[in-house]
Write a protein that binds this ligand. Structure first.
Ligand code: DGL
Length: 279
């Protein structure tokens, strides 16, 4: 039987954070798959990118954001950034007493399940690819798998410039992906939050025989299971006017809002700037 306290906890929001805009692809999947849930999203737009920063810096930033989200009384946290998940998740997990989920493990699990020939490609930031984290998780499930990593740093600015379907993006993607095609992979992990937005370009270049894994989708699925298991799943849809989705950034609120409105259909009413260094 659900206690009163548990019922109240179920109605608390989920905290979602990223280095900036890209985590909105994860937030979008959570909104689709968990329509009853409230979200508090934080995008670290003042300090993006994380992909080229050190483990120490990314961990320090992530810790500040977790502290901020805890002041918003979230019931669980999703690290909607591959780089932060790769570098900081284990430490964060040991420091807080609410569930925290990254995007790497769910993506790795599905990739290990879908590969037929045991050759998996992973594209992401320098930090994510260099950390070898996908290899670690995948080999825990399938030790025989061969992983081929490729950092694709130019994809992030191309996506943020809105060049999702553009000859420039095709050209850069071709350069990055040729060695993955040549390596004979049958599965490719889109290991950066921005990449689902250029999925069509990547799919066209890789061909039909390569399965693309989107960790954003898998993370939302895993979050649903986690909330059910912990009895934290919201049972009722938030009523009208309850501010179901709240957005915070560390800089550039109007740029964030415009980008968010181009990928989320729910209408971002506002994004508030906070000083994350205070946390
Ligand atoms: N959100 C980051 C990631 O998924 C990409 C952008 C950045 O480098 O901060 O790794």
């Amino acid at each position: 039987m659900a206690t009163e306290e548990n019922r109240e906890r179920r109605d608390l929001p989920i905290g979602v954070f990223d280095s900036g805009l890209g985590g909105l692809t994860v937030a979008r999947e959570i909104m689709r798959q968990l329509p009853n849930e409230k979200l508090v999203y934080f995008g670290d737009t003042a300090r993006v990118p994380y992909g080229s920063k050190s483990r120490e810096t990314v961990t320090r930033y992530s810790r500040q954001i977790v502290r901020f989200l805890q002041t918003m009384e979230v019931k669980a946290i999703v690290v909607a950034c591959n780089t932060a998940s790769a570098y900081a998740l284990d430490e964060l997990e040991s420091e807080i007493d609410i569930p925290i989920l990254g995007v790497v493990k769910p993506g790795a699990k599905v990739a290990a399940e879908v590969t037929r020939n045991g050759r998996i490609g992973i594209i992401g930031t320098e930090g994510t690819v260099g950390s070898g984290i996908y290899t670690t998780y995948i080999r825990q499930i399938r030790p025989d798998v061969e992983l081929i990593g490729k950092a694709c740093p130019l994809f992030v600015p191309l996506v943020e410039e809105g060049l999702w379907q553009d000859p420039v993006t095709d050209e850069i993607a071709m350069r990055y992906l040729t060695e993955l095609i040549d390596s004979g992979i049958d599965t490719l992990i889109l290991g950066c939050t921005h990449y689902p937005l250029i999925r069509d370009t990547v799919a066209k270049i890789m061909g039909d025989h390569v399965t693309l894994v989107n960790p954003a989708y898998e993370t939302a699925r895993e979050l649903k299971e986690l909330l059910e298991r912990r009895q934290l799943f919201s049972l009722t849809a938030p009523g009208l006017g309850t501010n179901q989705y709240r957005f915070f950034v560390s800089d550039g609120a109007s740029r964030f809002k415009n980008f968010a409105n181009s990928i989320i259909q729910y209408g971002i009413l506002s994004a508030k700037v906070i000083n994350i260094e205070e946390y």
